[in-house]
Design a protein around this ligand. Structure first.
Ligand SMILES: C[S@@+](CC[C@H](N)C(=O)[O-])C[C@H]1O[C@@H](n2cnc3c(N)ncnc32)[C@H](O)[C@@H]1O
Length: 154
């Protein structure tokens, strides 16, 4: 299964790169987590909606027809780690690739939310998108640990 984390934003601070890598590198090759970074839309003219639409075009362009898509959004459904693990197991059996999507500074365009199979929240709080990368990597690793019976999860 190919799992991609498609994220708007580049040039993350060192702590984000290190935090993400810490968990991504622990996943076995057959469930490797691949980071796809996208350029943010141009906000120089102050047109936030247009910037978000540009980001949506870039995100949608990366998605395959059969990809199982999970949009991350604070207004989504709050899932437990056990819920992530159940989903992880079903993806393993489905043979479909998985894509998690993290929006830019102004969130995700409606078109991305429409394309997503699920919209999940990590919390009800608004989190910085950089931190969301680290949490998603950790939760994917945790889901793998639960499904594999690895002692990381307790
Ligand atoms: C800074 S937030 C954008 C906040 C913006 N107000 C919005 O409307 O979404 C950037 C991205 O981080 C992710 N994000 C932030 N908080 C989140 C949360 N609690 N749960 C899931 N994803 C979150 C989402 O993908 C969001 O598009």
């Amino acid at each position: 299964m190919r799992i991609r984390l498609i994220a708007v934003g580049r040039r993350m601070p060192k702590w984000v790169v290190a935090g993400y890598e810490e968990f991504a590198k622990r996943l076995p090759r057959e469930c490797r987590l691949e980071l796809v970074e996208l350029n943010p839309g141009d906000r120089s003219g102050g047109d936030v909606q247009r910037a978000r639409q540009t980001e949506a075009d870039r995100i949608l362009d990366k998605l395959g027809e059969r990809d199982h898509v999970i949009a991350l959004d604070e207004l989504g459904r709050e899932a437990t780690s056990a819920g992530w693990a159940d989903a992880f197991e079903s993806w393993l059996h489905s043979g479909r690739d998985v894509a998690f999507i993290i929006g830019g500074p102004d969130g995700l365009d409606e078109r991305v939310l429409q394309r997503a199979d699920h919209t999940w929240a990590l919390a009800k709080m608004t989190l910085p998108h950089a931190l969301v990368r680290v949490v998603v990597a950790e939760q994917v690793y945790r889901a793998w640990s639960i499904v594999s019976g690895h002692p990381y999860h307790r």
